[in-house]
Design a protein around this ligand. Sequence first.
Ligand code: GTP
Ligand code: MG
Length: 524
Amino acid sequence: MRSPRSCRRGPWTCTRIRPTPKPTPFETARPADKAFVIHCELAGTGRSLRSAEGALEEAASLTAAIGIETVRAEIVNLQEARPATFLGQGKVDEIGRWLEAEDDVKLVIVNAQLSPVQHRNLERAWKAKVLDRTALILEIFGERAQTREGTLQVALAHLTFQRSRLVRSWTHLERQRGGAGFLGGPGERQIESDRRILAEKIDRLKAELEEVRRTRNLQRRKRKRAPSPVIALVGYTNAGKSTLFKRITGEDTFAKDLLFATLDPLMRKIELPSGLEVVLSDTVGFISDLPTHLVASFRATLEEVLEADIVVHVRDISHDETDAQRADVIKVLAELGLTEETDAVFIEAWNKIDALPDASAEDPPSGASHGEDRGTQLPQDQQAEKPSDGHHGQSRGERPVTAPVTAEALRESARQRAAVADGTPKDPLTVALSAQTGEGVEDLLDLIDEELTALRQEVTFELAATDGQAAAWLYRHGDVLSDLTTEGGTRTISVRLEKRDVGRFAKEHGLEPVEVDKIAAARA
Ligand SMILES: Nc1nc2c(ncn2[C@@H]2O[C@H](COP(=O)(O)OP(=O)(O)OP(=O)(O)O)[C@@H](O)[C@H]2O)c(=O)[nH]1
Ligand SMILES: [Mg+2]
């Protein structure tokens, strides 16, 4: 999508963006396939990293993600939200008149969180369907979910959302396919929004989900028994996780220039350059302003991330708002429980480096996926400290101005950081790459290899020759390097184990290692 062009200035800033092409995979016949998209910019909300234009563009991309064409898009600046209609009366009327004139537009996307009352009043005033941000995201999730678990999670998230409002109809559970049901469609019917029925449905879904999860846990435990380190790819939606997954595994996953292309997690075994087998996991993308209950619904999907040995945060480094996206991802990870204390090593993959101009070129390379002048700013954590005016409520036009950056500068900066970073969420290791061209992907795999080696220790245990259980444990959890039994009946086993397994073994079998050879120390 092109950058929005301003078409009018005044009390409302109005922007028009080119109609988005309809993505084909999810094109379905539906009552509403054209939408008016509004981004509401509330004064004083302190969007210092994200511009209103960027937010509007994202809302239009979300709309496109379910095959709906944005025919008009607009930023509405608000001093405050009106309790009854969110927008001011003048604006409500103006939009109402426009909708009346355009009789093929029957859907308005309001990029904000609407209260049930606001939602109902707007639908009445406009005689059109209204979706707010959460409803829109749920709608996308509803279309994407493919596995039983994914479908159940979406249904649960949807019902929880309904319970928080208790005024809308819900229909998707009755429908065979597609969507979370906000858009209506054949067979839509009003179902009483009774708390008790809702609560029962939620309980039933939770029980079903629990069952599915138990199966998953069994599978995971099986995997743990033959321990393969887990590498999880996380990141903002559209950052390129699936493309990178595909590049590494050769697997034909669904990578698309669509928000939330991936919903269900995907896992594959791969072999690192050192020969070490690991499990690589592609996950659902994150997005800003995702309500906490939605994040909670996807906890199960993201459990793999919580157990990962290495978390690769894939960033679209060519995106104008790459810093805001990074902050959002870190926030969601923290909500999921991934914080500084986590054992996992964090790596940032600065993806789409090919979409940035090289040092020698003046223009971005043509043929880049965006094909347009995307952000050419050094990620904010890479910039020199700037004096702060202590004012957080920056609005559009007041965003920090940063120097243009080239792919070469980023490569260098990633290298420098990787040399000193400690691998925590705040101070991740970095590698610049392009999942599309393959540049830097080997570097990422080498980095993962190195870190996994550092996470493992070579330790030696002395156990009684009769202690078959302890020996079996070591064989199950590590790579046994040597195993000798003396005539005196002592069995000496040297094994390469994950650090946390050394502690676990000591706890379970009461045996401390007699010798620890830190591979990491040897490397240093
Ligand atoms: N130029 C360029 N485009 C890329 C690169 N990697 C991915 N893309 C494009 O970015 C878009 C999104 O890629 P995906 O791999 O689907 O992104 P994702 O992170 O899996 O997205 P979700 O599943 O929606 O969370 C696609 O159009 C890709 O072709 C890259 O290295 N360079
Ligand atoms: Mg994906």
